[in-house]
Design a protein around this ligand. Structure first.
Ligand code: D5M
Ligand code: FE
Ligand code: ZN
Length: 477
């Protein structure tokens, strides 16, 4: 004879069109469940969302917290973090060193290509113009313009500067998509009138990539651009998300990592008249509030935080982690990891490249065919250039480091960026591209420039198979 509450709960599920597996009955007979009705209602709600209409033993175990969650691995390694590497030498000598390091590292990166064997220094090519054979040169792109059906490219190597013209239509499309100051290889020939014609353009790019997966079904959540301290920060939504992490939801139960790709707080003095749009007008208060919200993330979840252009530390890239002096408690929490921008981390062997994405502003402004509402397209260009922030002398400040730490040395399995406040998901040559949106409503500035954010959405990835879930936490008002 079944207990009354069991009968009631089962009828509820059956009336909702659910089937109940016999092994679920066994559990219900064996153990006393407090508030069984609520448990069944939760399961029905979650599984209806998943469009799965049966309840089995595992569902009950997961929702009752009986299932042993220890079996999910949550190993991490910080593979690369600029925080302790930045030196910040000053002045033009510093930039000279940065650019020559960028050139040499990228030249080395392409050195196993067959064309690389044929590379000649620009000064040599200019001096031996009479030689009519095609030659290969490489350099950093200093100028690119399109006029009267041709595209003109100027590249620099340490020996000189070379201007070439692209006539071919398809090649012009490639040429116009190149980012200023990125590394390019060109096959060139000399025209009748003595100019250089570009016959082929080769970018460093990433090879087709076979991603590393986690051995267990461990999930990671990707967030960015919280902008805590701003009037437009979606506090209720972020709190709802944090509470959900501790809920019996089967996906939440598998989350072991949360990644925050910068703009944790809104900062102060970041844009004109910002004070009028702030709830907390100093960085310490903003970070204190950030900690109050984020420390409710259960301790079995590791939280990785990089800074963005609104966070304290330094503005120029690469950025160190948000310094301890602003909030020691963020650093001291054992499940929090404060790292720099950009950073490469490994989560159960899955390599995640985290970058806030400041450079997207300059790239969108100077590259035809790119826009803020399609951030993953910009991210493809970054991977093709093997560089996160090529453009120098525009709005994104670069620090005059001796080593260019903005290079994409290693091909990541997941490339995680924020900054544009628009969710974007894509797969490029086997690399999962994620722009994780924002937790800030549209600001008056964004309205004025026509940026329509998609805030309040958490991007969740099963690291065992890269299955992606978008979970919307927006609260309708
Ligand atoms: O940047 C949020 C969004 O606003 C991002 O898409 C860039 C855009 N943005 C911010 N500042 C500028 C300027 N000065 N010009 C053009 N676009 C801009 P956030 O870093 O959160 O402020
Ligand atoms: Fe932002
Ligand atoms: Zn930003």
């Amino acid at each position: 004879m079944m207990k009354k509450d069991v009968v009631f709960a089962l009828n509820y599920a059956l009336n909702k069109g659910f089937q109940i597996h016999p092994n679920a009955f066994e559990i219900l007979e064996k153990i006393e469940i407090r508030d069984l009705e609520k448990v069944i209602r939760d399961i029905v709600r979650e599984k209806t969302k998943q469009k799965v209409f049966h309840i089995n033993q595992e569902d009950l175990e997961v929702f009752l917290g009986l299932k042993d969650e220890e079996e999910l691995i949550s190993d991490h390694k910080i593979l690369s973090d600029p925080t302790l590497k930045i030196t910040s030498s000053e002045g033009i000598i510093g930039f000279g060193a940065l650019f020559s390091n960028r050139f040499l590292k990228l030249k080395k990166m392409v050195s196993n290509r067959p064309e690389a064997k044929l590379l000649k220094p620009i000064s040599f090519v200019i001096a031996s113009k009479s030689d009519n054979n095609d030659v290969f040169v490489c350099g950093l792109l200093v100028e690119r313009n399109s006029e009267r059906n041709v595209t003109r490219l100027v590249i620099d190597d340490p020996t000189g500067s070379l201007e070439g013209i692209v006539f071919d239509k398809d090649l012009q499309n490639i040429a116009n998509g190149l980012l200023i100051d990125q590394f390019v290889m060109e096959r060139i020939s000399v025209s009748k009138n003595g100019g250089f014609i570009i016959k082929d353009i080769i970018v460093p790019n990433i090879p087709d990539h076979v991603p590393n997966f986690s051995k267990t079904e461990t999930y990671a959540v990707f967030l960015s651009d919280l902008h805590i301290g701003s009037k437009y920060f979606m506090e209720k939504e972020l709190e709802k998300f944090v509470l959900w992490l501790a809920s019996p939801d089967p996906i939440a139960r598998k989350i072991r990592f949360v990644l925050v790709a910068g703009d944790v707080i809104d900062g102060i003095g970041i844009y004109p008249n910002q004070e009028k749009e702030l709830i907390f007008t100093n960085v310490d208060e903003q970070l204190k509030r950030a900690l109050e919200i984020l420390e409710k993330i259960p301790r079995h979840i590791k939280v990785f935080i990089i800074p963005g252009n609104h966070d304290p530390g330094r503005r120029a890239l690469p950025q160190p982690a948000i310094p301890k002096k602003y909030n020691l408690d963020l650093w001291n929490r054992e499940n929090f990891f404060m790292i720099g921008n950009p950073a490469l981390i490994s989560l159960n062997g899955v390599k995640v490249l985290m970058f806030h994405g400041q450079s997207i502003d300059d790239i969108v402004r100077t590259t035809p065919g790119l826009s803020f509402d399609n951030p993953t397209k910009v991210m493809r260009h970054l991977l093709q250039a093997r560089h996160l922030s090529p453009i120098y002398g525009s709005q994104t400040p670069l620090a005059p480091e001796v080593e260019d730490m903005m290079l994409v040395d290693e091909v990541p399995d997941i490339f995680h960026v924020g900054h544009v406040h628009v969710v974007g998901l894509d797969l490029y040559k086997g690399v999962l591209l994620i722009n994780s949106g924002a937790w800030q409503y549209q600001t008056p500035f964004q309205t004025s420039v026509g940026i329509t954010p998609t805030p309040g959405i958490a991007i969740i990835v099963n690291l065992k198979n890269f299955k992606v879930y978008r979970k919307d936490f927006k609260i309708e008002s």
